[in-house]
Design a protein around this ligand. Structure first.
Ligand SMILES: [Zn+2]
Length: 349
């Protein structure tokens, strides 16, 4: 039976009748498959959650151990029977624990990417192209104008700026989950061995990444310092919401930087008041979206969220049957209101 008979969208998100489960539901659901722990995909209050152990660990940090009545940890590549169908998770290359969802039912294979990325990222396993009939993909950066440079190139700009302005405190806005740890690892890979200073809202997730083997080097929480004047000439990472709030005013001689895929758009970097915009994205850019469709080579392409129409049009030009699902509510990971609220209310300073 064709998946259009057993997959539908509603206010809660994408519902799979064959599994009797939602994928990344935006409201509490009986059965929730959670692709990754960014706040716009992972919510608290589900009865059953199916996700990788890493995703469940992050959800426990953010929402408490009791975020769901029952949790079911799946290993990548492990297949379970759920309701009338089969469920398997595969690496999506987006952040630690991120997964694509393979659903098998009625003689069809449907893969949902969740958020995904093809650029190398030492904090998670690389995206794995999975053979399928229906390929359901995101399109956050689904316009030809979006071309993400290699992260080393962008992070080198930060190191060069520190050399040029040795007395400036380089305050870098990073999303707490994924971006923060990736920027730190890129700095280390480029030979930056000094301590990196972090906002309190980043501490717990950095510790979790370290427990999963990320070699982040020496991190010092800014609130542990008696005298913040020592931060002149240092790198300080903070959630984007902290860049312009009271917290940042105690830092000396601040140069505001922001690491985000949106920094390619001048208006967005102005909005963030980023003096040094760094284009660092945890999503596929246009070319990587197209390459991925070619590699997976499905019968049909469905686009969940982002710039759907451009990607649908391109997939049709490539000879695929394609349509937009236009699911609203997903953004660019931690940029959601929920997280900004969390970053300023939880673990402040
Ligand atoms: Zn995400």
């Amino acid at each position: 039976m064709h998946p259009e008979h057993w997959i539908r969208t509603d206010d809660t998100g994408l519902y799979c009748k064959a599994l009797n489960a939602y994928i990344d539901p935006m409201q509490a659901a009986e059965h929730a498959i959670v692709t990754h722990a960014h706040a716009d995909h992972a919510r608290a209050g589900h009865t059953h959650v199916y996700a990788t152990q890493e995703t469940l660990d992050i959800m426990a940090i953010r929402y408490g151990e009791d975020h769901a009545k029952n949790v079911h940890a799946l290993k990548y590549g492990e297949t379970i029977e759920l309701h009338d169908g089969k469920l398997t998770l595969y690496p999506a290359g987006h952040i630690l624990g991120s997964a694509q969802v393979l659903i098998e039912y009625g003689g069809y294979r449907l893969v949902h990417t969740g958020d995904c990325k093809r650029q190398s990222d030492p904090t998670c396993l690389p995206f794995q192209p999975i053979n399928c009939d229906i390929f359901v993909t995101e399109a956050t950066f689904g316009l030809p104008v979006f071309q993400h440079p290699p992260i080393e190139h962008e992070v080198q700009k930060l190191i060069d700026s520190l050399k040029r302005l040795p007395n400036s405190c380089h305050l870098v806005g990073v999303y707490a989950l994924g971006k923060c740890q990736r920027v730190i690892l890129a700095l280390r890979a480029l030979g930056y061995t000094k301590p990196i200073y972090i906002h309190g809202a980043l501490v717990n997730l950095c510790k979790l990444y370290q427990s999963y083997g990320a070699e982040l080097g020496e991190l010092i929480e800014v609130s542990m310092l008696n005298d913040t004047s020592v931060l002149a000439g240092e790198i300080v990472l903070a959630p984007p919401s902290a860049l312009t709030d009271r917290w940042s005013r105690k830092l000396p001689n601040v140069l505001t930087c922001m690491a985000s895929g949106w920094m390619q758009i001048r208006a967005r970097s102005k909005q963030r008041r980023a003096e040094l915009p760094l284009i660092v994205s945890d999503h596929s850019d246009w070319n990587d979206l197209i390459t991925t469709i070619k590699q997976v080579n499905p019968k049909e392409v469905w686009v969940t969220h982002g710039r759907e129409q451009a990607l649908v049009h391109e997939a049709q030009k490539m000879g695929y049957k394609a349509k937009a699902l236009s699911i609203v509510g997903y953004g660019d990971g931690d940029e959601s209101a929920i997280d900004n609220k969390m970053n300023t209310t939880a673990n402040t300073v």
